[in-house]
Design a protein around this ligand. Structure first.
Ligand code: UD1
Ligand code: CA
Length: 456
């Protein structure tokens, strides 16, 4: 394929979002709308990507960082004016320039690829992507000549009654020959109902010069939908969720109830894993094969192995190795690594800790800042006392240690390999390997003390 450059228009304010965040940064399907557009453009082979920013430009630049180049359109004088701002950056580019809008997150790579290929193969100076809309109101209408070629695009506000009946609309996505684009843009005027420099005017300027102008119709209008309001954002969210769920199911994942399963675009899930209702998989979470996730479980940026069972659990920025069972009601916090076959049970929180293979934290524990060996048994209610009010301290527990119920491990402290701790102990000193530590008040008994006290 020829050299392909993408120009993405994102200078508009997006008034109808009623937001202080620029419209294109609103997230849908786990990514900003602009990222979805960039992904699709990159997928279709775009090398350079130039984003035209205006309202909230600095925030947009910061959000994308190195992913794109930016030009600022200080005043929003129309789509033609916006593209013209890229001229200084792109005037020496050869090949095709694809123009896109930053608020169309439903685009697919396939759609853009088809457009780029159709444009290149026909040798046209401009190719516009069109769509048949159920309701075309507000869009620019595609007016075709009797031989089917595109005559022009008329904006809704400039259109006649007859033209408004046309349901084929300009999607706002185009491919242009780079040189032809900038030379035609210099002729665009703001002589229209909105007093704006319209990008679509380039089409008839080129046609007037005897250049070839083509239209390619999208198979599915949904992919070209632009998002202007929160209601439309929710609609797009639903479509993206559904697409992701279908992709996963087609790849061998069982989803019990796709309607209540929310998986971000960047998540991967292995074969024969089952997702139960109420499951959220976010960010760059990965899940291996044959795992059972949910019901009502949320993982964010979690790396999860094979054969993991997680019920009513929440984990973020953590690593959970194969064979781990967790839940119900477990919270795995950042920088935690649960190694193979660990069991974390009812109402347990683990933070910034490594839990060695096969260790068990079955009930009601808080484990923070801990390095735990393998095969350890933490009794019910055991907690690490990791914070002295100023600093956090680490706890180390050796392999196969057996910690009795309701123990406090006051950090910094080390429990040696194979050591035992009596239930109810508050451990403030290191425990030698294979020893027994008991740190609780001794039980005393007063014989006969209760005699006569019980009512008969
Ligand atoms: C535009 C098209 C219309 C098409 C529709 C598809 C024009 C004149 N009309 O209309 O034919 O059917 O898109 O959605 O192009 N933008 C800037 N700077 C500006 C103006 C706009 O960056 O000065 C950006 C906006 O942020 C937005 C995109 O360009 O991402 C489209 O602008 P918008 O005002 O929404 O154009 P429409 O009126 O929808
Ligand atoms: Ca629009």
């Amino acid at each position: 394929m020829q050299n392909l450059t993408a120009v993405i228009l994102a200078a508009g304010k997006g008034t109808r979002m009623k937001s202080s965040l620029p419209k294109v940064l609103h997230k849908v399907g786990g990514k900003s709308m602009l990222e979805h557009v960039l992904d699709a453009a990159e997928g279709a082979g775009a090398k350079r990507k130039v984003v035209v920013v205006g309202f909230g430009g600095d925030v947009v630049k910061e959000a994308l960082g190195e992913r794109a180049e930016f030009v600022t359109q200080a005043e929003q004088l129309g789509t033609g004016h916006a593209v013209r701002q890229t001229e200084s950056l792109l005037k020496n580019e050869k090949g095709s320039i694809m123009v896109l809008c930053g608020d169309t997150p439903l685009l697919t790579t396939k759609l853009l690829e088809n457009l780029a290929v159709a444009h290149e193969e026909s040798g046209a100076a401009a190719t516009v992507l069109t769509a048949i809309m159920p309701d075309a109101a507000g869009y620019g209408r595609v007016i075709r000549a009797s031989d089917g070629t595109v005559e022009k695009i008329v904006e809704h506000k400039d259109a006649t009654e007859a033209e408004r009946k046309v349901r084929e609309v300009n999607s706002g996505i185009y491919c242009f020959d780079a040189e032809a684009l900038f030379s035609a843009l210099s002729e665009v005027t703001a002589d229209n109902a909105q007093g704006e420099y319209y990008l679509p005017d380039v089409l008839w300027i080129l046609k007037d010069r005897g250049e070839k102008v083509r239209a390619v119709e999208a198979d599915d209008y949904e992919e070209t939908l632009g998002i202007n309001s929160r209601v439309q954002l929710a609609g797009a969210e639903k479509i993206l969720r559904q697409r992701k769920n279908i992709e996963l199911m087609n790849a061998g994942v069982t989803i019990m109830d796709p309607g209540t399963t929310y998986v971000d675009a960047g998540v991967t899930v292995g074969r024969d894993t089952i997702l139960y209702p109420g499951t959220w998989l976010e960010g760059n979470t990965t899940i291996g094969e044959r795992s059972e996730i949910g019901p009502h479980t949320r993982f964010t940026n979690a790396k999860i192995g094979d054969d993991v069972i997680a019920v009513f659990s929440y984990g973020h920025d953590c690593e959970i190795d194969s064979g781990v069972t967790m839940g119900p009601y477990v919270h795995i916090r950042p920088n935690t690594h649960l190694k193979r076959d660990v069991h974390v049970g009812n109402f347990v929180e683990v933070k910034n800790s490594v839990i060695g293979a096969g260790s068990k934290l079955p009930h009601l524990s808080y484990i923070g800042d801990t390095d735990m060996g393998c095969g350890v048994n933490m009794g019910c209610g055991t907690i690490t006392v990791n914070y002295d009010g100023r600093e956090k301290h680490r706890t180390t527990v050796g392999d196969h240690a057996f910690v009795g119920c309701n123990t406090n491990l006051v950090a910094p402290v080390t429990v040696g390999e194979g050591a035992y701790i009596g239930a109810g102990s508050t451990i403030t000193k290191d425990v030698e390997p294979e020893s027994l530590a008991i740190a609780r008040a001794r039980q005393s008994a007063i014989p006969g003390w209760a005699k006569g006290k019980t009512k008969k």
